[in-house]
Design a protein around this ligand. Sequence first.
Ligand code: ZN
Length: 136
Amino acid sequence: MFNSYDKPLPIIDEDSKGYWEHARAHRLSVQVCKACGHRHFPPTPVCPACLSNTQSWEPVSGRGTLVSWVTFHRAYWTAFRDDLPYHVCLVQLEDGPLVVGNFVGAIPENAAMGMPMKVQFDDVTPDISLAKFVPA
Ligand SMILES: [Zn+2]
């Protein structure tokens, strides 16, 4: 199953390594500043609130609310062609940051801002599990 994944994959670096370790265990996480407690995403080498470089990755609930979504009708990468149309959504986590991910399945007719959402993970390679979202 993993051999068939031909879409672009994230590049794991020192700043994002903790996120991908949690994702592999199917836990959504955000970066937390050890100096001021600020929670943020995506990863940054220093805290955007206080510039401290002492940060960690902490799991969050994976629940949130739908802020917006977009439907792709054109494949900008050949490997996405069979998925068309697919949806990408913006979710406000109940634990803080906004995150972007695929919206799994069809957009419900009653979809609206504030709709409860929850994360689910897609194991696309032995090392990479992608966070995606479904209505809660
Ligand atoms: Zn900070």
